[in-house]
Design a protein around this ligand. Structure first.
Ligand code: TRP
Ligand code: ZN
Length: 887
């Protein structure tokens, strides 16, 4: 607060304002005496003036937040209070520090009071830290910025009974007993690292151990630390870790660089996992898996996230970011690496579909909304708001395109060069692009626009055919985004082929490069007009339009590229659904609308009809379904309501919901016999397995079950729910029941709760299923938030109810009454006092008010205003709310 008591808006940090730090830290020695409410942290920092910084006499600036300073000593002399300048966020400024100096501080902090889950906190009675992005300043005074890389030693001290396990980064370096039942352990990390990679885990955890021999013959001790009783649930994570370690050696020649690699799993965690050097900390969701408690999707998530965090050891840790604007340097690259790894473990084509579906579900809307930002942002208020789908997923797409442009071999050479040049440095995205450019000899300056320009490029196709000559015209444009009204063309790699009328390839597959706003590509010597198969493998993160329904249907049946087959069937369904939505909108007065969850043909009394073209595509897919069950399951799924809404200028959540529910029911009825047959044929024989083939069979079988359920046939779901021996089948059956009006619904929900009430990760699923069900309205969601098992302090639980409702139940969230919006805003307000990072994330669905009609838009803005008016709002939530209102 300023002196006039007017809260001033929090400052905006700009990329162009980057200045090197005045001081570097060469060595950090920490002594941490753990206590739930009064942990003591002693830090000894060996400081050296930065030769690259301007201002030879600049002061030493240390970040600090929620610390109680007990003492500060510079070169052996206590610093009097008047030497300590106080910085706005809680930091310190010390003038007159010599060019080389030693600063010793002692602070007290309270892990128990830390509900923010940033810094040192307690989870299930165990101590855990989270320092990315700016949590280390909540542990000790420090220049908490990634371009300050230091060597760390950490000595931990705690009560032996409460904390038999004491872990930190690096290699273990001694342990021993202390008086009064306490003990200590020391860790030495030989690799310089930024403070955001610091970690401590301490408590009553048990280790599941294994080992890995690197290709140069070094033995690495592996351990996963979990709560007693969860030891049997670590096998998949451990196996994923060893496969990741091998893959990085084989694919990039990158070997692990410490004697130990530890993972600790905790229940209270703001995100998925964290790549702290030698001590990864994971959300239990991405470690624990048993067939009875984890779904196939959970198994896949574990493999991906374990790989992701492991791969950060080189892309992020050994080579790190100069500042947080460079976040995609490590995240985009590491997501690209984990996607590539997972693709190599099973069906690459199916993995790609899933990745594209995710990109479109999360990143395209972000690019079209009020928080749109480039992969390398230009400014932020709260950096935690920029751990986004754009930085992660679009960042990965940009790396993938670069690889397509320069070729796999040059890309590998570029990676080698990047690491050789920048090992132990904090660098920028330009440094990465330069390494790729130098290794390949390809000029990537224009390509760098992908990092600087926000928004999803839109490609339009035109065609001409005469005398055997086929001309493909591709035009691109990118809609304006906040702060970037004008857009330049970006180089778009378009992997493509041409399909002749008989369904065969009639030209060599090619990679076209669309660099200008519009370009012609000419193909000679064709007997007949071909159908273009474009963006194979989704070679660029763009939207494509201009093909006819007929062409899409043809490609869905004939293309040799699995991605284009899937994409064409999705685009066909999208166009069909949009036409049906339009028909409903134009014919019916809004007041008479009634959405029937059963999807049974009713929208203010009108009967919808199943379009025969869509039925034909579905029939053809079903005919070939057993050839590739995983692919068939993906292709049979109708585009989501959210995806359809994203294709409309002004969405109509009720009409979209009615159309999709109708189609699910109508397709279920039309193909009931074939769905029933698939459900029989694909029943699991033999032992439960989680390989790609087994997962694909369950996915297709449960897709069939869902179509039957949509058609009102819930008997199979009841039987499957009663007899299921794995969570994938159990949950799929329960979902059908929860979405139905079957009398078995309530009983099944109660039985599931009774059986799993002691398993938090399974209870999350119980909340999510209900939150996303069309039978759950805002009042029912609100009632769930008062359930004794709901807990605002646990991020997984908040996401499982509030996040799932707002992002996964569009009909209820966008109820015309505005109740859905009010529920979300109430939750954001309550959360902001507990965990600001999670609160700010929950604001996003309210930001998309421009896509809704005027009445809904006004209600959404009113809720944003109500949040904005709260005194003491966190800067993260403030940033999301104010940008949502301004756009
Ligand atoms: N760097 C982590 C990852 O991508 C994610 C992360 C960022 C994170 N900030 C966090 C995790 C805060 C937990 C809490 O893997
Ligand atoms: Zn990451």
């Amino acid at each position: 607060m300023s002196s006039t008591d007017q809260p001033s808006p929090p400052p905006t940090i700009r990329r162009e304002d980057y200045r090197p730090p005045a001081f570097l830290v060469e060595q950090v020695d920490l002594h941490i005496a753990l206590h739930p409410t009064a942990t003591r942290v002693r830090a000894r920092l060996a400081l050296r003036r930065n030769p690259d910084a301007a201002g030879a006499a600049a002061a030493l600036e240390l970040d600090g937040e929620a610390l109680r300073l007990l003492s500060a000593v510079l070169d052996g002399a206590p610093l009097p209070e008047d030497r300590l300048g106080h910085l706005p966020g809680g930091g310190l400024r010390i003038e007159g520090v010599p060019d080389a100096a030693v600063l010793e501080t002692e602070v007290e902090i309270s892990p128990e009071a830390n509900s923010e889950l940033s810094g040192l906190y307690l989870s299930g009675g165990n101590y855990v830290t989270q320092c990315e992005a700016e949590g280390f300043r909540r542990i000790t005074y420090f220049p908490d910025r990634p371009d300050v890389m230091a060597r760390y030693t950490t000595t931990l001290e705690a009560d032996r009974a409460a904390c038999p396990v004491l872990l930190s980064n690096g290699n273990p370096d001694g342990a021993g007993e202390l008086p009064d039942g306490r003990h200590w352990a020391r860790w030495v990390d030989p690799h310089p690292k930024p403070s955001y990679l610091f970690a401590v885990v301490a408590g009553d955890l048990v280790a599941v151990r294994d080992s890995f021999t690197t290709r140069s013959g070094r033995e690495v001790a592996l351990a996963i630390y979990v709560r007693r009783g969860d030891e049997d649930a670590c096998g998949h994570a451990m196996d994923s870790l060893k496969r990741s370690m091998r893959w990085d050696e084989e694919t990039y020649g990158l070997e692990y660089d410490l004697d130990v690699f530890n993972i600790a799993a905790v229940s209270d965690f703001n995100m998925g996992a964290m790549e702290n050097k030698g001590l990864n900390v994971f959300n239990t969701k991405y470690i624990l898996a048993r067939p009875e408690t984890a779904t196939d999707m959970d198994y896949e998530g574990i493999e991906t996230v374990v790989a992701h965090e492991y791969f950060h050891n080189w892309t992020g840790n050994r080579v790190t970011c100069r500042d947080w604007f460079q976040l995609s340097l490590k995240e985009g690259l590491t997501v690209f690496r984990d996607q590539h790894f997972s693709a190599d473990q099973g069906s690459a084509a199916v993995k790609r579909l899933a990745d594209v579906r995710r990109l479109r579900a999360a990143q395209f809307p972000e690019d079209a909304g009020p928080m749109a930002h480039p992969v390398r942002p230009d400014s932020y208020v709260e950096i935690n708001n920029f751990y986004t789908a754009t930085v992660y997923q679009k960042g990965a797409e940009v790396v993938r395109m670069m690889r397509a442009l320069i070729g796999a071999e040059n890309f590998r050479r570029g990676m080698d060069l990047y690491i050789a040049r920048h090992d132990n440095q904090a660098v920028t995205i330009e440094d990465f692009v330069r390494a790729m450019q130098d290794a390949s000899g390809t000029d990537l300056s224009r390509f760098s626009r992908w990092y600087a320009q926000a928004g999803t490029p839109e490609l339009r196709v035109r065609e001409a055919f005469a005398d055997g000559r086929y001309t493909l015209t591709l035009a691109q444009s990118t809609p304006p985004t906040p702060g970037q009204p004008e857009k330049l063309p970006v180089p778009v790699p378009v992997a493509m082929g041409l399909i002749g009328p008989e369904g065969a390839e009639v030209a060599e597959p090619r990679l076209l490069l669309l660099e200008e706003a519009e370009q012609d590509f000419v193909f000679e010597g064709l007997a007949a007009k071909p159908v273009p198969s474009l963006l194979r493998g989704f070679s660029a993160p763009v939207k494509l339009s201009g093909l006819t329904l007929e062409q899409l249907g043809f490609l869905a049946a004939h293309d040799t590229d699995a991605f284009v087959r899937w994409e064409s069937s999705q685009q066909y369904a999208t166009a069909t659904m949009l036409a049906m939505v339009e028909a409903l909108r134009s014919q019916e007065p809004k007041a008479e609308r009634a959405v029937h969850a059963s999807g049974d043909a009713a929208f203010s009394g009108r009967t919808l009809e199943l379009p025969e073209g869509l039925a034909a595509i579905t029939g053809a897919l079903l005919g070939r379904a057993l050839e590739d069950p995983a692919f068939a399951a993906e292709a049979l799924a109708l585009p989501s309501e959210e995806f359809i809404a994203d294709q409309m200028t002004i969405a109509d959540p009720e009409a979209i919901h009615a159309v999709r529910q109708f189609l699910r029911g109508a397709l279920g009825r039309r193909f009931a016999a074939r769905f029933a047959a698939l459900h029989e044929t694909l029943a699991d024989a033999g032992p439960y397995r989680t390989d790609g083939a087994a997962i694909g069979r369950r996915a297709l079988r449960n897709a069939a079950l869902a179509y039957l359920g949509a058609a009102g046939e819930t008997g199979r779901a009841e039987a499957q729910f009663a007899g299921a021996t794995n969570m994938t089948d159990s949950l799929a059956a329960l979902r059908v029941l929860v979405d139905s009006d079957s009398p078995a619904r309530e009983q099944a929900l109660a039985a599931f709760h009774a059986r799993w009430k002691e398993e938090p990760l399974v209870l999350d699923k119980w909340f999510t299923l209900q939150a996303m069900s069309p039978r759950t309205d805002a009042a029912a969601a609100e009632a769930l938030s008062r359930h004794p098992d709901f807990d605002l302090r646990n991020p997984n639980r908040v996401r499982s109810l509030v996040g799932a409702f707002a992002a996964g139940n569009p009909a209820a969230f966008h109820a015309a009454s505005g109740e859905g919006y009010r529920f979300l805003a109430d939750m954001v307000i309550a959360l902001d006092a507990v965990n600001t990072q999670v609160a700010a994330r929950m604001v996003s669905p309210l930001g998309h008010w421009k896509r809704q009609d005027a009445a809904r838009g006004a209600r959404m803005r009113a809720e944003l205003e109500r949040i904005a008016a709260r005194p003491g709002l966190s800067k993260g939530t403030y940033e999301k709310v104010s940008k949502s209102l301004a756009a």
